[in-house]
Design a protein around this ligand. Sequence first.
Ligand code: SAH
Length: 544
Amino acid sequence: MKKNDLIELTIEDISTEGLGIGHAEGMAVFVKDTVIGDRLLARITAVRKNLAYARPEELLSPGACRVPAPCPQARRCGGCQIQEMDYAAQLAFKEKKVRGSLERIGGFKEIPMEPVMGMEEPFRYRNKAQFPVGTDREGNLTAGFYAGRTHSIIDHHDCLLGAEENREILETVLDHMRRYGIPAYNEETGKGLVRHVMTRKGFGTGQIMVCIVMNGTAMEAEEELADRLMEIPGVCSVIADVNRERTNVIMGKELRVIRGRDVIEDTIGDLRYRISPLSFYQVNPAQTEKLYGTVLEFADLQGTETVWDLYCGTGTISLFLARRAKSVIGVEIIPEAVRDAQKNAELNGIGNARFLTGRAEDAAPEIYRSGKENADVVVVDPPRKGCAASLLETILLMRPGKIVYVSCDPATLARDLKVLCAGGYELRRVRSCDMFPQTVHVETVCLLSKLHEAKHHIEVKVDMDELDLTSAEAKATYKEIQDWVQEKYGFHVTNLNIAQVKQKHGIIERENYNKPKSEDIKQPGCPEEKVEAIEDALRYFQMI
Ligand code: SAH
């Protein structure tokens, strides 16, 4: 197989990044914009050692879950990956993605997974949009979205995931720029003024904030622009954000109100929240209510508990919990978000929630060492990279009765749950929530309960015994590993390859099983792709 070959294949599975996977000539072929069951002709775009990438050329017969993409830009835009999959299939894909991570990375066997919470209307759900502004080859102003994996801008003003008002807001800004000859920022030269237009809408209140991100402190006739924006129903805040750094980070730290307020408000359930431009706020409010409801259900508070809400943002989860707990301590790294959290507590008349600015991994050991406010329940909601290892250690030292883990990345979730469960917790409930329909992303809430000391002891002991059995043979045989690799990767690995990888991971080999008699005997090294495949198998069989 080589680049530009045209091949016929059937899509059998979907990768975690949303690419269709088929097989041809013993290779796994990843094809963008396809769904399970599609039979198609695809053009090979790149060939690696044991896999290839291709783009669809002609659909021969569509998979049962294929639907037409409602957005005309769906294929070019990097925002949505799975618009051509019907919604039930999207939910099934997400459930499988979470289950797969928990099994492969977390090593869990029996996973107490509950059905994914989906949306009734899986479009127009996003309350936040960030449109890059640029100039096309002909010198026209453009605004819209980055094409997948690039920084070239697709001119597109009406994203179907976002609020309908965005289109008018964006066109008003572009019109003003044209009228006054205001240049868009150019990433390559670092020159030009307008970088991004960011909008946020409180779906519960209808309030809209428009933030214009500029490579400078002011824009010509900006009050005139702000007045025009304020005429758009809902707009009540127009803000200039200064970002002069040559960076991919969208928002700068310096903010100035041009017209209206410096924050907007929103409601989730019967709580009211204020949101500053720089604070994190969940992007899908309809689903956020379900997500927080699940956190509350999993925490099952009786009113007597001390709860820690780590990575608390503007205190949204904290306030949900505070009404059922004795007290809540929220920890968050962004100072503006902490200020919002404090004001949000006041706004809702909640007096038993406190918020600290700092890194969760620093604050948690400090509170723990002070010995005053040990948590009965710990809630964590970290960014994609998951919890710092030192934070997990602190939690294990503290041994709260329950841990509720909210995650936007199944891989880091699985990694962290594995640590917590090895430290004496049991995974009791797993429920995903579709916060990001049409994309491959998924949010998951997990409940972990502390194992009673006796039970914990027994389980640890069993684990040790298993390890003592020179575990490899006790788990998967060489033949099983070979078959598994053949099935998944389509190539053969030798017993020697497997033995080498097992040794690399410290899995004890029986004496003289494929082992060189002396260290001097030269052994062929195991090729990297085979090492990876075998490691994947060892993880699958939970041997590493
Ligand atoms: N629970 C909140 C926010 C979750 S997003 C909500 O539902 O709205 C994750 C938050 O963690 C962000 O607000 C981010 O600013 C914050 N954060 C990132 N790294 C952190 C760290 N090391 N310690 C504390 N907070 C952190």
